[in-house]
Design a protein around this ligand. Structure first.
Ligand SMILES: [Fe+2]
Length: 377
């Protein structure tokens, strides 16, 4: 029986960031604010300083890139000393995920490693306010935190419905100072997530509404960037698309692209959105027998000119993605993405347990993954 939940309070719009003190006050009095190391120099730090002074808060600066377990443990130590009553994550998906992980671990005993490898959270996590400054991950409305164990090269999610942010403050303006490359990669992640959620085995009528909207927003924004539109003109599409995509992903899960993208990203140190975009066309082709009808719906929603039957229209969507990738400099072959042939067995073994892989519309087994890797290398 499909169940659709939408429990995050959404504060959305240009200048929504100024509502943050008010939103913090609704929930608690001692915020631990997590920001990325790139927040310095964007003006965000100054805004935060005054915010924290008024709210008796503390700031934890997350490291660069994916949140690794050592960094999370450092944040947990800070948090257990400070004893916050809520977490605020301001940044990209990694920063918001760090905030969720700290919210989970500060009230629970032990190290993050135990929970990363399966221990259940006994005490309820602290409430989280998520404030995206990069748009694509949808982490502001999802209840998982993607973490990285650098010792075992494992990237997976800490997942608990109670990690869903209590409030998301989504202000397109916060994306204005980000450099173009991370903005584009985040959008490509968002586009991939929208497509995967839309065709997922766990998709339902309500998740489809959000997934389709995410695909349209990201597709339009990325096509606009390719036509030379300045980022500022597509920020609203990116911000709106991210939140819609996050809602869809939380409800419907993802697909095989995300199953394989995690180990590929970790093994070769490649940005998540770039990996997703590079893997996407091959898995869409693989999924055609199971998902052509739904891909055709997206072809129409994006206004892509296509004729013929569902398969023809679905193929037009794959072609649209390949053209987008080519223009954005995304590697068309996985060898160019850095993938090494000798790693195929380990990449496959790391992908197989993924929940994303299991939600793929067409069942994907070990042999399929080897074949897809061979064909697209
Ligand atoms: Fe993703």
């Amino acid at each position: 029986m499909p169940v659709f939940e939408l429990n995050t309070r959404l504060v959305w719009g240009w200048d929504a960031f100024h509502r943050l003190p008010e939103e913090i006050a609704r929930i608690g009095r001692r915020p631990l604010v997590v920001v990325g190391s790139s927040a310095a120099g964007t003006g965000l730090q100054e805004k935060l300083d005054s915010l924290c002074k008024d709210n008796l808060g503390e700031v934890f600066i997350a490291g660069k890139g994916e949140p690794d377990l050592a960094m999370v443990n450092r944040g947990v130590a800070t948090g257990r000393l400070f004893q916050p009553d809520l977490l605020v994550g301001i940044g990209g998906g990694s920063v918001m995920d760090t905030a969720k992980a700290l919210a989970a671990l500060i009230p629970n005993p032990g190290a993050v490693e135990e929970y990363f490898y399966g221990r259940a959270l006994k005490e309820p996590p602290l409430p989280v306010i998520a404030v995206p400054t990069l748009f694509g991950s949808g982490a502001e409305v999802s209840f998982n935190a993607v973490l990285l164990d650098t010792k075992t090269m494992t990237k997976q999610s800490l997942r608990d419905p109670r990690l869903l942010p209590r409030t998301a403050v989504v202000d397109p303006e916060l994306g204005r100072t980000a450099p173009q490359e991370p903005v584009v990669y985040a959008a490509l992640d968002g586009l991939t997530q929208g497509i995967e959620a839309f065709v997922s085995r766990q998709a339902n009528f309500f998740s489809d509404l959000f997934a389709r909207e995410a695909v349209v927003r990201f597709g339009q924004a990325l096509a606009g960037i390719n036509r030379g539109l300045p980022l500022q003109e597509v920020l609203a599409d990116l911000a709106y698309g991210s939140t819609c995509g996050g809602v869809a992903m939380a409800a419907a899960r993802l697909g095989a692209v995300h199953g394989l993208a995690h180990p590929v990203g970790v093994f070769y140190g490649q940005p998540h959105g770039k990996v997703c975009a590079s893997l996407l066309p091959a898995f869409m082709r693989f999924n055609l027998p199971a998902a052509a009808g739904k891909y055709a719906v997206l072809t129409a929603a994006l206004g892509i000119e296509a004729y013929g039957d569902e398969l023809d229209k679905a193929a037009a969507l794959v072609k649209f993605i390949i053209t987008l990738n080519r223009k954005l400099g995304i590697p068309l072959s996985w060898r160019d993405l850095g993938v090494k042939k000798e790693d195929f067995p380990e990449l496959v073994e790391k992908s197989l347990p993924s929940g994303s892989l299991q939600a793929n519309p067409r069942p994907v087994g070990r042999e399929d993954l080897f074949k897809i890797l061979e064909e697209n290398w």
